[in-house]
Design a protein around this ligand. Structure first.
Ligand SMILES: NC(=O)C1=CN([C@@H]2O[C@H](COP(=O)(O)OP(=O)(O)OC[C@H]3O[C@@H](n4cnc5c(N)ncnc54)[C@H](OP(=O)(O)O)[C@@H]3O)[C@@H](O)[C@H]2O)[C@@H](O)CC1
Ligand SMILES: Nc1ncnc2c1ncn2[C@@H]1O[C@H](COP(=O)(O)OP(=O)(O)O)[C@@H](O)[C@H]1O
Ligand SMILES: [K+]
Length: 488
């Protein structure tokens, strides 16, 4: 699913009007859909309260209020801004509304109120007025049920950031296409359930304005998923190498390797220093072992051209050895995670220089702390949201960047971006990231391109978390992976 920024949605609106589509008719459909959603969810509501802002979001509110009134509901409207300034479609919606509004300051929220939040949507450009913020706090205190129109007021549709105190809705109804702010935090938490309603803007217009930001769903990468055929054999399904730390620090790499095998790689080898071989052997069966102690031994191992992908970082140790291995692996499909990323904290340019000499084959999987180490200036740039930060990082590093979190974002150097939204909160557990890097390494080994492998990896990791259920530990995740043939 393509996501549209508020600016792109605005462009679509203008193009729709220019092509002869009646903009007031679009507003009618939007407002009536809001009324229907409210009635469906709260059929026994005592009082409906519609909060209307000065722009088209408020216009949707006046239409919804009229429809609710005509359905026999007890409806009150409270408005923000000067009614004398209403223009165009909003003025028309206001004039046709049988319920006359009172100023916002007159509203005292009650627990049983069902509130339609039509204050601000896609046109929010700055932090909310203090009077609006204090009303939002009162709504929260009263515990009123809120249905948000397009976006919860105060949430930026582009970044998901809260511009001041933002409305928290139990349901949000948006139109045509969701926006990044519906899935990025904190926006996602403010939306409640999300409904996308088709008000009739033609697909050709939406496609012509859309960029390359997507919700991370199987349709984005399913065609690239490895398919097992009767003619397959283990070498055709790729050979993944996971580098392990030394004695006492092999757990993270073993988790990663196990996930790699379960995610379909035909062969998985744990490359361990000599002092960890006994420990690793005691824990492994299907996964193979190879002693690799230094760059010379790694170079020798890399002469085997059947090796197809590598995971470097989980539990590996921070330092020169990680940097040397990384440089030697440049140009190969590699997931660089954890210690592999942190090893470049003092000299990120060394990594970027190394990656700049090859086509994109690396996937970097930083959590926020690791992201800040590798891209300190991008991380601290307050003008950028998570999506723009991850895009800037991919462009600088010439790698696919998977910026982890509850709202993981995956970006490619060519500008493509996907937001992942299927990860349950109980994935925040020790070793969960190691499993993710193993899954992505496995998909790379099975010849998935890096952006698709990272997107599929994040989604499969989320699905595995859902299947393994609350209370899982990272060891449970590989067994929760869904079967590829059942993904739709
Ligand atoms: N997309 C579609 O297909 C369709 C979209 N539709 C609907 O249109 C909505 C977008 O409408 P919109 O562009 O008029 O923006 P909206 O959110 O009403 O706010 C703009 C107003 O708020 C003001 N303002 C902004 N920030 C402020 C602040 N912090 N504090 C105070 N004021 C502030 C701003 O004033 P200004 O910045 O100009 O001073 C302006 O007056 C969209 O969310 C959806 O609900 C439907 O009708 C059907 C078709
Ligand atoms: N609150 C959350 N909801 C959903 N997923 C989360 C949440 N917090 C973390 N995750 C996911 O869990 C994984 C944690 O990885 P990481 O931070 O590297 O942990 P570790 O180093 O313990 O393996 C990432 O895939 C991240 O996206
Ligand atoms: K709103």
């Amino acid at each position: 699913m393509q996501l549209l920024t508020p600016e792109q949605m605005g462009q679509a609106d203008q193009m729709a009007a220019a092509s002869g589509i009646d903009s007031h008719r679009l507003m009618m459909k939007a407002g009536e859909a809001v009324s229907a959603a409210v009635l469906r969810r709260f059929p026994a509501a005592v009082r409906m309260v519609v909060l209307c802002g000065p722009g088209n979001n408020g216009g949707d509110g006046y239409i919804a209020a009229k429809a609710l009134f005509e359905a026999g509901c007890n409806v009150s409207i409270y408005h923000f801004g000067d009614l004398a300034n209403l223009k165009g479609d909003v003025a028309q919606a206001f004039n046709a509304c049988p319920v006359k509004p009172q100023p916002l300051a007159a509203y005292a929220p009650k627990a049983n109120d069902v509130v339609v939040d039509a204050l601000f949507g896609a046109g929010l450009t700055r932090s909310l007025d203090p009077a609006v913020q204090s009303l939002i706090l009162n709504l929260r205190k009263a515990g009123s049920n809120v249905v948000a129109v397009d976006l919860p007021s105060g949430i930026s549709g582009g970044t998901g950031a809260a511009l001041g105190t933002a409305v928290t809705a139990s349901h949000t109804i948006t139109f045509m296409r969701p926006k990044p702010g519906h899935f990025l935090l904190p926006g996602r938490e403010h939306c409640g359930t999300l409904e996308t309603f088709d008000i009739g803007i033609p697909q050709r217009i939406l496609t012509s304005v859309a960029g390359n930001t997507y919700l991370n769903e199987p349709s984005l990468w399913k065609a690239h998923l490895p398919a097992t055929s009767i003619q397959s054999h283990k070498f055709k399904r790729g050979h993944l190498t996971v580098f392990s730390g030394g004695h006492g620090t092999t757990g993270a790499a073993r988790l990663s390797a196990t996930a790699g095998l379960k995610a379909g790689a035909g062969l998985v080898t744990l490359a361990t220093p000599s002092n960890a071989c006994t420990e690793a052997t005691a824990h492994l069966t299907a996964i193979m072992l190879r002693e690799i102690n230094n760059v010379r031994e790694l170079s020798h191992w890399l002469e085997d051209k059947r090796l197809s992908a590598f995971v470097l970082g989980p539990g590996f140790g921070i330092g020169e050895k990680a940097r040397d291995y990384t440089n030697l692996l440049a140009g190969n499909p590699v997931v660089l995670d954890a210690d592999g990323i942190t090893s470049f904290a003092e000299s990120p340019d060394r990594l970027f220089y190394s990656l700049s000499k090859h086509p994109t084959t690396f996937v970097l999987t930083p959590h926020e702390g690791e992201f800040a180490r590798l891209f300190p200036d991008i991380h601290s740039d307050k003008s950028l949201g998570k999506l723009e930060k991850a895009r800037a990082a991919a462009s600088r590093s010439n790698a696919v960047v998977l910026y982890k979190g509850a709202d993981t974002v995956i970006t490619a150097p060519d500008g493509r971006a996907a937001i992942n939204a299927n990860a349950p909160p109980w994935l925040a557990t020790a070793g969960s990231g190691d499993v993710l890097s193993g899954i992505i390494g496995s998909l790379l080994a099975q010849e998935m391109p890096p952006f698709e492998a990272a997107c599929a990896g994040a989604w499969l990791h989320g699905a595995a978390g859902q299947n393994a259920g609350e209370g899982l530990s990272a060891e449970d995740l590989p067994n929760g992976l869904p079967k590829y043939s059942q993904i739709s």
